[in-house]
Ligand binder design. Structure first.
Ligand code: CTP
Length: 133
């Protein structure tokens, strides 16, 4: 049987256990795990703010995990289809906060939504730290 290639995307700012959980569960769906790290500029264009960690740091952290095989920068949300094709992905994994939003790619790969880890997010971590001031 041919090796299955899994692709997923995210910012992975202030890397936390929710990030680790989804990457571990993604890896279990196949053999090769490829992660698109959204660039600082893409985050700015989406949320009008930059991540706390620079894209080079976010990419290095994710790439250093033993379960991740390839990383690249996601420069634009419009390029998802191109990335899926370029990296020959068999399965696209997204958190279930995106449930249904990526079904348009079912013509080129399997699309799987995994449940988010409850009660943790980068936004929440920042809020908790801020509230301790
Ligand atoms: N994720 C998850 N469980 C969490 C937080 C994130 O499964 N508790 C997943 C997301 O669904 C996504 C990936 O981790 O597939 C990267 O998410 P990202 O948006 O970078 O992390 P968040 O913590 O959700 O960041 P933010 O609060 O800035 O939205």
């Amino acid at each position: 049987m041919s090796k299955k290639r899994i692709i997923t995307f995210g910012t992975f700012d202030l890397f936390h256990v929710g990030h680790l959980n989804i990457l571990e569960r993604s890896k279990k769906l196949g053999d090769t795990l490829i992660v698109g790290i959204s660039t600082d500029n893409l985050n700015y264009s989406k949320k009008q703010k930059y991540p706390l960690y620079k894209q080079e740091e976010r990419l290095r952290i994710v790439n250093a995990l033993g379960i991740v095989d390839e990383v690249f920068y996601e420069e634009s949300l419009e390029l998802k289809r191109d990335y899926i094709l370029k990296y020959n992905a068999d399965i696209l994994v997204m958190g279930n906060d995106w449930e249904g939003k990526f079904d348009e790619f079912k013509d080129v790969c399997e699309v799987v939504y995994l449940e988010r880890t409850p009660s943790i997010s980068t936004t929440e971590i920042v809020e908790i730290i801020r509230s301790k001031d």
